[in-house]
Design a protein around this ligand. Sequence first.
Ligand code: FES
Length: 75
Amino acid sequence: MTARPKVIVALENGPLLVDGPVVWRDAAGHERRVSGKRVALCRCGASSNKPFCDGTHKQIGFQAPAGQVLLPDGA
Ligand code: FES
């Protein structure tokens, strides 16, 4: 089975979307499995639930362009 490349999608004025499931590992090495089909990561810095988006970007008027990054297989 060949691993599919991961795509990170930056929504205009919003979070980064990554196809799930993902494993979040913090600086202390603690892991948290996130099983959703899509995971929204905060890029405005204002979420109360970092690293995940909680919608606060709309309230603060965060502005950033849309785009996407394609990570190589196994990344
Ligand atoms: S991008 Fe949504 S709260 Fe930061």
